[in-house]
Structures are given as C-alpha cells and as structure tokens.
Design a protein around this ligand. Structure first.
Ligand code: HEC
Length: 107
C-alpha cells in the first residue's frame, strides 16, 4: 500500500515537471519563430530583460498577461532602463497572448 502511494506521488511529480517543461519548450519555439531571441533569453540578460525576471516582476499583478501581450506587439521603453524594444508587427495577437501567458509562468 505504502509503495502504491509513493508510486502515485512520483507519477504526479513527474507529470507536473513534464508540464512545466512542455510550457517552456512551447515558449522557446514561439520566441524563435517571432525573432524575440535576437534580444531575449529566458535566464540570461541579452539586449532585453531576462524573461524569468519579467515573470517575477509581474507575479502579483492582475491583468499582467494583457498588458504584456500589448507591449510585445507595441514595444516600448522605460520599464527596464533606457533600451528600446521596437514594435513587433510580425507577431499575431494569438502568439502575443500565448507568449505573455507562458512568460508569466516562468516565475
Ligand atoms: C531589438 C530587441 C528586442 C526584440 C527583438 C524584442 N524585445 Fe522585448 N524587450 C526589449 C527591451 C530593450 C525591453 C525593455 C523595454 C522597457 O524597458 O520598457 C523589452 C521588454 C520586453 C518585455 C517586458 C515588458 C515590460 O513592460 O516589462 C517582454 C515581455 C518582452 N520584451 C517580450 C518580447 C517578445 C515576446 C519579443 C518577440 C516578439 C520581443 N520582446 C522582442 C528588446 C527586444
């Protein structure tokens, strides 16, 4: 019985780890497809802020996904310093929303 419970727990852990991995992998694909990787990495600073730091900054902010989805398309400056993120007109609304959600999951 105890072994069955341990097995169940392990399976649960493995599944949630896999889900997190799948989200990160989907994000990587979208970032590459939309050319975000020219300036952003998930855990290293490039020209733009680290995306896991972005997730931490907005962890407790309601409406953050909407806000970031808009910023992803419009670009902007002043939140992370003086550097400018140019508008990303190539990004579809759907991709912008998905990336914003997946970025927020990195926290
Ligand atoms: C030419 C470089 C460049 C490209 C390409 C770029 N970014 Fe950025 N990004 C930046 C810079 C610089 C900032 C910081 C802007 C600021 O301080 O307001 C930023 C900020 C962000 C933020 C945080 C916004 C905030 O207000 O906190 C997100 C999220 C983001 N970028 C996502 C993306 C995604 C997704 C793409 C691809 C569609 C992308 N970026 C493409 C340079 C870039």
């Amino acid at each position: 019985m105890r072994r069955a419970i341990a097995l169940l727990l392990l399976t649960g852990l493995a599944c949630s780890a896999k889900a997190v991995y799948a989200d990160t992998e989907e994000l990587q694909i979208l970032l590459q497809r939309n050319n975000c990787t020219a300036c952003h990495m998930i855990d290293k600073r490039k020209y733009g802020p680290k995306l896991n730091e972005v997730a931490q900054k907005y962890a407790d902010e309601s409406g953050a996904a909407e806000k970031l989805a808009k910023k992803i398309k419009a670009g902007g400056t002043g939140v992370w310093g003086e550097d400018i993120m140019p508008p990303q007109a190539q990004v579809t609304d759907a991709d912008a929303r998905t990336m914003a959600k997946l970025i927020l999951l990195l926290k």
